[in-house]
Design a protein around this ligand. Structure first.
Ligand code: GUN
Length: 289
């Protein structure tokens, strides 16, 4: 039985945002330019609306400008593309984020491909994904970046460690695997078709849940002492009928087995926005410098 350490992403993100606020203030003093983040939200997805509101609030708290563009769900694709092109051309906008998921009538890849890679603070453009893959400077997706920051805080060096990423999305699984490789971890990407998924997970010194399935990763899939990062945010009905948030890892079962684990909420989630703000300042520095 090990004592499982709780990884406090909320506190880590608060510290990051405080340092960032000072960096933004210094940048504004030196250049006279206020970094601007434009967020495009199409439709009424309630979870997306919450994210966008939080992003806007924290952007302003960090001393940057937040520009929100809310479009109805039936907005034609051409209009979304025209808005992105206008934001590309607007020198007061240094970062552009199109909230996903987009309505099914819109080709998300076409929209992401239209964002100027220099303003792509989500790191979803193929140019940034490619630059990350070949080891060039890139704007890196925020959630994976937050995961690696937490891992380095807990473990120091990740070199030589076995990392298993459960989930192969473009937003988390694939870029996270690239970042872990960059840190010299030995990386496996597992997914729903992986044979003996519990056995593969049991090899992991670093185990990442990024599949979006409530509590799929059980306690006995975790190697004793492993560091567990839970990216899942799943809304499930509690015993009292009220909705509650759970991760992709069965958190209670992991206690006494994992060496350290992120809670849901309060683990990876707050890191995503902090990294988005950091990416926005980075993008502004490159555009203005
Ligand atoms: N939807 C869920 N997570 C994200 C994210 O990190 N960025 C964007 N743009 N949309 C999301």
């Amino acid at each position: 039985m090990v004592e499982t350490r709780l990884i406090d992403g909320k506190a880590f993100a608060e510290g990051m945002r405080a340092r960032l606020k000072e960096d933004v203030a210094a940048f504004v003093r030196e250049t006279g330019v206020t970094p601007g983040l434009a967020v495009v939200l199409v439709g009424e997805d309630p979870a997306s609306a919450v994210y966008v509101r939080n992003k806007g609030k924290q952007t302003v708290e960090a001393g940057m400008a937040s520009l929100e563009h809310k479009l109805p769900a039936d907005t034609p694709q051409d209009e979304v593309l025209a808005l992105v092109r206008a934001l590309n051309a607007d020198s007061s906008v240094h970062g552009i984020l199109v909230q996903l998921p987009l309505p099914a009538s819109i080709d998300a890849q076409a929209v992401l491909a239209t964002i100027d890679p220099a303003k792509d603070v989500d790191g979803f453009h193929v140019v940034n994904a490619g630059r990350l893959a070949v080891g060039l400077d890139a704007l890196v997706p925020c959630t994976p970046l937050g995961c690696v920051m937490l891992l380095k805080d807990v473990l120091g060096s990740l070199a030589g460690l076995e990392a298993v990423v459960v989930g192969r999305s473009n937003i988390v699984g694939k870029p996270l695997a690239q970042l872990l490789l960059r840190e010299d971890a030995t990386v496996t990407i597992a997914h729903s078709r992986t044979r003996d998924l519990p056995g593969v997970c049991r090899r992991a010194d670093i185990l990442i849940g990024a599949v979006g399935r409530p509590e799929m990763i059980r306690g006995d899939w975790i190697k004793p002492g492993a560091t567990v990062i839970d990216v899942g945010i799943n809304r499930v009905a509690g015993v009292d009928g009220k909705a509650r948030l759970v991760g992709d890892v069965a958190f209670d079962e992991a206690q006494g087995i994992a060496g350290a684990i992120t809670p849901v909420p309060g683990g990876v989630g707050p890191m995503t926005i902090a990294c988005l703000l950091a990416n926005t300042l980075t993008a502004a520095k490159r555009q203005v410098g």
